[in-house]
Design a protein around this ligand. Structure first.
Ligand SMILES: C[S@@+](CC[C@H](N)C(=O)[O-])C[C@H]1O[C@@H](n2cnc3c(N)ncnc32)[C@H](O)[C@@H]1O
Length: 391
């Protein structure tokens, strides 16, 4: 998305003849009274007769076959994920990272029957994680990347919690079940987890690992050259600030988070000030000319985010900047990572929700911010950034 796309979309909407107060299309509160027409191409796709004709017509059949393939991937996505989870749990990628193996040796190492392992390996090859060459199973570059990207494997290993919540998606969406994920993170980081040190360690590491990648992408999108003090609100144990300090050694830093989180934060620089507090109950300290919120807003409902943005606004000097970095929905250009994965994930967590650029822009403006911009995301499945200025 181009830098000013958020602004451009809203201006267009507001200046259209007869336009009403801007609301976000497709989101709650957007008033649509009339049914719309089913589009021409959709009507074609609704006709079984045209399917047959297209399938027999050269060139057209390429399109329908490609669409059919994409549709089947959507249908089969859960099975793909579960095949990946099995590959992870049998540590197949790690075994193949040491050496290639023929099937019988791999069966010995995994304890799986050869005929079942053969099915799993073939599935792994279809996912391009492994490949079969000269009688041996070997690691493919995608499989190597999978075990190398920090946090990815741990993410897959915690998916059974999410998938149990999604086992009945109808009940899930109706709100008829109490999602397990809603208690998962509080459990991992809460006092109960002390009995399960391995679990706490594994998932704290997952947060820390993924935070590093999110921090790096955010810092590539945000210009902190002229910033004097950066305050990271909800900054956890400080990974984002640590990475920012590496790029900008003269930057003063403030880490704001709950007292029990800051109690385990390492004071890695004399330029770092720890500011314990709750953004729900306490004011946000002043003194920073840039305030970042990395993976914070989507954890919270609107009635927490709106006052939080107002507090951030009031803590900044005129011209000071807010940086929001998290999975942001694609809005008019839906993105599977944000609009499926993170949207369902945050719904299962039951505390917040993913928002699209228009929604975040509206919330920022309501808090008093101006010049809302969205740099083009490097990897929307890692993070996207929205910046604004205190008016
Ligand atoms: C999803 S984590 C994100 C941490 C870090 N920014 C990152 O990207 O990994 C959300 C953070 O918000 C903090 N947080 C939650 N509620 C808070 C509150 N009321 N006041 C201050 N921090 C809060 C949590 O302690 C946690 O560190």
């Amino acid at each position: 998305m181009a830098k000013d796309e958020v602004s451009a979309a809203t201006e267009k909407q507001a200046s259209a003849p007869g336009a009403q107060a801007p609301s976000v299309p497709g989101q709650p509160g957007h008033k649509v009274t009339e049914p719309g027409r089913v589009s021409f191409f959709t009507r074609i796709a609704l006709s079984p007769r045209l399917h047959e004709i297209f399938e027999r017509t050269p060139l057209f059949n390429r399109v329908t076959r490609r669409e059919g393939r994409a549709l089947f991937d959507v249908v089969a996505g859960f099975v793909h994920s579960q095949a990946l989870l099995a590959i992870v749990e049998f540590r197949i990628l790690h075994i193949l990272a040491e050496a290639s193996w023929p099937l019988p040796a791999l069966a010995d190492r995994t304890g799986l029957a050869e005929n079942r392992l053969a099915v799993l390996m073939q599935a792994g090859a279809a996912l391009k994680l492994v490949k079969f060459r000269r009688g041996m199973w070997e690691l493919a570059p995608r499989g190597a990347a999978f075990i190398t990207v920090p946090g990815l494997e741990a993410m897959v290993r915690h998916h059974p919690v999410l998938y149990r919540d999604l086992a009945d998606p109808v009940a899930f969406l109706k709100g008829d079940i109490e999602p397990e994920l809603a208690g998962f993170w509080p459990y991992v980081f809460g006092p109960l987890a002390q009995e399960d040190a391995g679990l706490a360690e594994r998932y704290s590491q997952l947060m820390a690992d993924s935070q590093r990648i999110v921090a790096d992408d955010t810092l590539r999108l945000v210009d902190l050259k002229n910033a004097k003090r950066l305050m990271d609100v909800g900054g956890g144990t400080g990974t984002f600030l640590r990475q920012a300090a590496k790029l900008h050694p003269n930057l003063d830093l403030t880490l704001f988070d709950l007292p029990h989180v800051l109690a385990v934060a390492e004071p890695f620089s004399p330029r770092l000030t720890l500011a314990p507090g709750s953004f729900r109950d306490d004011p946000i300290p002043t003194g920073a000319d840039v305030i970042s919120l990395v993976r914070v807003l989507y954890d919270h409902p609107d009635n927490v985010v709106e006052p939080l943005l107002k507090k951030v606004h009031d803590a900044l000097p005129p011209g000071g900047r807010i940086v929001v970095s998290e999975a942001i929905g694609g809005g008019a250009k839906p993105d599977p990572a944000c609009d499926i994965y993170f949207a369902f994930y945050t719904m299962a967590m039951s505390s917040g929700r993913t928002r699209n650029p228009e929604e975040i822009k509206k919330m920022l403006e309501a808090a008093g911010f101006v010049k809302v911009t969205k740099p083009r995301s490097l990897r929307p499945f890692i993070t996207s950034v929205i910046e604004a200025e205190r008016g």
